[in-house]
Design a protein around this ligand. Structure first.
Ligand code: ADP
Ligand code: GLC
Length: 472
């Protein structure tokens, strides 16, 4: 079975968030299970592309509207990621450092998708499944079904995985000229609210869509940035499959980015050493509980609540608690979080920016990881934190609801709260501080979460079942 994953991100080539982690791992586990899975993504000008060797397997021109463009398809020479990796290089459009945030994002991702489909047609490659991720690849199901140029691909089943329904990539209809000739009687399949909406179009035109947790599938019909009605109408096409984690990359026993490796058996000592090092680095008190936040500083993650959560909690538990934040995002949230660094020095620090190695050190060093998310389709941070024996403190929504059970409920192991607000989050912090004082309990819970299995094995099998059902 040949499956091509099409994505804007793939770790370690380019990662902005969890999409990169998933596309860097799922194909590897699919290959291990006997699927011929590969990844096609844009060629960015980043460390991975500078330091690795690639073979040009195809070169051709294309027209984006009336703008002539040339593209190359490069294949990573060694398959070192555990699957075949293809990069589409479009000089002046895709070969940039930053993945997102460009004013010509529509042109970038439309050109990426057209180059991909043109390549399939001209090379005669016929996968059994086209697996698209998020809105950046959302036009593919429409194009293979309703553009004469790609009619040879029309019978290939398409799957769209929705990692985040908040971002839809919509653009004005006057950019329709970028698309190759399409059947305009089917134009409604591109539209949502009077704009071309790639995410909506992918949901309408794909054979099946998946969401990265079961709870998120339900939530999309209630809250999805304007697509609620669409998700309710297409509900039968949706399948919720929880993400796994790459246990080769996220393994406290072998992780070379952390100060001291440890297993569940040695978590007490291991965490103590990692915590001491992190606290020394950031001027925190290693004897007191450490609650951390890692992530994009945006409203979706409840990052705008962090300032109040931190101030109130540190005022209440004076000298008895530490907070550490690593993230970047909305400038006003960054400013607010940086502004209190001096007031709470000794018990609070923040690192604004993206730092993969520091994130590993924080997962290993922390006692708790807080996620006050308003929306969380799956969430990987809580899964990584549990693998490192760090108790997740989460707002019960989406994937957080599906993966974290409160320690006071039957079979529980984390701390969860229902409302996305400062009050509830602070109560959860209070409960965490009290829990930390119970050393025996905390040690038991650490061992328990480290033994939970959030590896890809099970979820990869669910994708294989889905692929098989569509092929047969
Ligand atoms: P999302 O994809 O919505 O950002 P996820 O929880 O799925 O959320 O994944 C976030 C991923 O990005 C995790 O691997 C997390 O460790 C990582 N991450 C987020 N922000 C940072 C940062 N500032 N530095 C390093 N890693 C980060
Ligand atoms: C998205 C979601 C996050 C999820 C990730 C990977 O970025 O916001 O919850 O874990 O995709 O699927």
């Amino acid at each position: 079975m040949k499956v091509i994953h099409l994505s804007a991100e793939c770790y370690p080539v380019a990662k902005v968030g969890g999409l990169g982690d998933v596309v860097g791992a799922l194909p590897k586990y699919l290959c291990q299970a006997g699927v011929d899975a590969s990844v096609v993504m844009p060629f960015y000008d980043r460390k991975f592309t500078q330091e690795n060797s690639f073979k040009v397997v195809h070169q051709a021109p294309l027209l984006l509207g009336n703008r002539p463009i040339s593209y190359d398809i490069l294949k990573e020479s060694t398959n070192k990621l555990g699957f075949e990796l293809y990069l589409i290089r479009i000089p002046g459009l895709l070969d940039r450092v930053e993945v997102y945030g460009h004013s010509d994002e529509t042109e970038q991702f439309v050109a990426f998708q057209i180059a991909f489909l043109d390549w399939l047609i001209s090379s005669g490659i016929k996968p059994d499944i086209l697996h698209c991720h998020d809105h950046h690849t959302g036009l593919v199901p429409f194009l293979v079904s309703h553009s004469a140029r790609y009619k040879e691909l029309a019978m290939i089943p398409t799957i769209c995985t929705i990692h985040n329904g908040q971002y839809q990539g919509s653009f004005e209809w006057d950019k329709l000229v970028y698309l190759p000739e399409v059947d305009l009687t089917k134009g409604g399949l591109l539209d949502w609210g009077g704009r071309i909406n790639p995410l909506a179009s992918s949901v309408k035109c794909c054979w099946k869509f998946t969401t990265v947790s079961q709870s998120y599938l339900k939530e999309l019909s209630l809250y999805s940035n304007g697509l609620e009605y669409l998700f309710a109408a297409e509900r039968d096409k949706g399948v919720g499959i929880i993400n796994g984690i790459d246990t080769d990359v996220w393994n406290p026993q072998t992780d070379t980015m952390i100060v001291k490796q440890y297993a569940a058996r040695t978590v007490g000592k291991g965490k103590e050493t990692n915590k001491a090092a992190l606290c020394a680095e950031f001027g925190l008190n290693a004897d007191k509980p450490l609650v951390s936040f890692i992530g994009r500083l945006v409203g979706e993650k409840g990052a705008d609540l962090l300032y109040d959560i931190i101030v109130r909690s540190l005022d209440k538990h004076k000298g008895e608690l530490n907070f550490m934040v690593l993230g970047s995002g909305e400038p006003e949230i960054e400013r607010a979080l940086a502004s209190i660094r001096d007031n709470y020095s000794g018990s609070y620090n923040v690192m604004i920016g993206y730092n993969e190695a520091l994130s590993h050190r924080i997962y290993a060093a922390s006692d708790f990881l807080i996620m006050p998310s308003r929306v969380e389709p799956c969430g990987l941070n809580q899964l990584y934190s549990m693998r490192y024996g760090t108790l997740p403190v989460v707002r019960s929504t989406g994937g957080l609801k599906d993966t974290v059970i409160d320690f006071e409920s039957e079979g529980g192991y984390g701390v969860s709260f229902d409302d996305a607000g400062v009050e509830s989050a602070c109560t959860a912090v209070d409960r965490s501080v009290a829990l930390f004082a119970n050393t025996a309990k905390i040690n038991t819970l650490r061992k328990k979460i480290m033994a939970l299995d959030f590896s890809w094995d099970q979820s990869a099998n669910q994708y294989i079942d889905l692929y098989t059902s569509l092929i047969s």
